[in-house]
Design a protein around this ligand. Structure first.
Ligand SMILES: *Cc1c(COP(=O)(O)O)cnc(C)c1O
Length: 467
């Protein structure tokens, strides 16, 4: 490619991206094209000759655009996902343009050093043990998996079993204890690690989905042999936090490993307003948290944080004769994640922390929690039932009955003013509202609440006239 061609290509992408993102606030939330239409449009004809880069990228934009959702917009409340902040996206572009293979520190000092710096900042922001090790992974699913792999290795080692040498077969059985409403990805991580769902000890939860402290403590106290306990900071429907102090004390008595899934909830610890919710998390052995939720990095960003570096390394380190080994104090990025070749994930995280600073992150998280309360107040004043205690940024709404709630969700999605998803929770259909986009304003909440109530009214009208 010529220099001029390269400039034109990247300029075209930058111009398009700027235009697209400038329209975030106004965009309808319902994609124009269906999945089936998009499959047909993306189909590749391998008998065609290759095409010039600029044309390929133009085609890609034209084909993709109708099937894109307004996920970076301020009225996307569907799941707890961030807004892919423009600065984070720019850092992510650079990450791709620089094309650093972030397996080791030796070939690319910057990619490794930026992870070291971002890791230090993350531990300070969340007030976690400063000597904990941090792996930069794809998402909280992999962060949980990575931390639990370290947990598995460590509790077996303490029971006199060398997992890395002897594997799982014949090892002392591990008791895994977690809240009955742990996130689905925790169950997935446990599955990857060889823990079957039927064997897990599920602790009953309270009305907000948090583990009942006395039940959790009793379950932990009763367990024998190696024990892993998984608590949650930020329930996916309610935002609830487990009783960390009581659980941690019971774990300490049993020498159990305590992991905390705080994909979004750990960020509460950065605030003044919601810090109390995470009291006791510092007593855990590992933590998983996302960058691409509340920190607003683009996707492919989460952190597996482990207090016991040796366990983290045993679980994840890849040894090969052609790979340089680390001098002490030097960060080898591949040592902490289940991957070798990968993108340099530290750059986007570094850029977002630099952009917002501690104060900016705290202010954003607090603001989102206030907006969630505002949403709950508006909806409940109009007769909707709020099924959760809105402790954080999540609102679980019930409109009349299950079928009205489901129909209201469908209508809100089709109307396109905002996007919400649904879930079954506590035996009922709920509409889930997650406030996590940095650009969401009170006006966005107000017009979205109005759209939800209008949809519910239309649904009830249809029911009544059908008589
Ligand atoms: C989102 C989420 C996960 C999974 O995170 P991904 O980044 O989607 O892999 C795990 N736990 C909780 C509580 C979550 O909210």
């Amino acid at each position: 490619m010529t220099d001029a061609g390269l400039t034109a290509l990247y300029a075209r992408v930058a111009e398009y991206a700027a235009q697209r993102r400038a329209g975030d606030g106004e965009r309808r939330h319902a994609p124009k094209a269906s999945y089936e239409e998009q499959v047909a449009r993306f189909a590749l004809d391998l008998s065609r000759e290759g095409a010039p880069a600029e044309r390929v990228i133009s085609e890609l934009i034209d084909i993709a655009e109708p099937g894109l959702a307004a996920m970076t917009g301020p009225r996307f409340f569907g799941w707890v996902i961030g807004g892919s902040n423009p600065a984070g996206v720019a850092a992510d572009w650079l990450t791709s343009a620089w094309g650093q293979n972030t397996a080791n520190h030796f070939a690319t000092p910057s990619a490794s050093a930026v992870e070291a710096a971002a890791a230090t900042a993350l531990l300070e922001l969340m007030d976690l043990p400063r000597d904990a090790s941090v792996g930069f992974v794809t998402g909280a699913t992999m962060a949980g998996f990575t931390c639990l792999a370290a947990a598995r290795s460590d509790v077996l080692r303490r029971a006199g079993w060398d997992l890395e040498a002897d594997g799982m077969a014949g090892s002392p059985p591990i008791t895994v204890i977690l809240g009955a409403e742990a996130h689905s990805t925790i169950f997935a991580g446990l599955k990857y690690l060889g823990f079957g769902e039927r064997r897990l000890v599920k602790v009953d939860v309270d009305a907000n989905g948090a583990m009942l402290a006395d039940v959790a403590v009793a379950a932990i106290s009763k367990a024998s042999g190696p024990v892993i306990v998984i608590a949650q900071a930020g329930h996916i429907n309610s935002g609830a936090f487990d009783p960390f102090r009581q659980v941690a004390a019971a774990c300490a008595a049993k020498k159990a490993w305590l992991h905390i899934d705080g994909a979004f909830g750990l960020w509460a610890g950065v605030t003044e307003t919601h810090r109390a919710l995470v009291a006791g998390i510092e007593l855990a052995d590992s933590w998983s948290v996302d960058g691409h939720k509340w920190l607003q990095t683009p996707y492919d960003s989460a952190y597996a944080i482990v207090k016991h570096r040796e366990a983290h390394l045993r679980a994840m380190q890849i040894a090969a004769s052609y790979l340089p080994s680390a001098a002490s104090g030097v960060r080898v990025p591949a040592d902490y994640v289940p991957e070798l070749s990968r993108r340099a994930r530290g750059f986007a995280t570094w850029a977002m922390i630099r952009l917002l600073g501690r104060r900016g992150i705290a202010e954003m998280v607090s603001r989102h929690c206030a907006l969630a309360r505002r949403m709950a107040l508006i909806l409940s004043a109009a007769g909707a039932e709020i099924l959760n205690d809105v402790v954080l940024n999540q609102v679980a709404v019930h409109f009349g009955n299950d079928s009205e709630t489901q129909a209201t969700i469908t209508k809100v999605q089709a109307d396109g003013v905002c996007f919400v998803g649904g879930a079954h929770w506590r035996g009922r259909q709920v509409m889930r509202v997650s406030v996590t986009n940095e650009n969401t304003t009170e006006a966005d909440v107000d017009c979205s609440a109005a759209a939800m109530l209008a949809a519910w009214k239309a649904v009830r009208g249809a029911v009544t006239s059908a008589g």
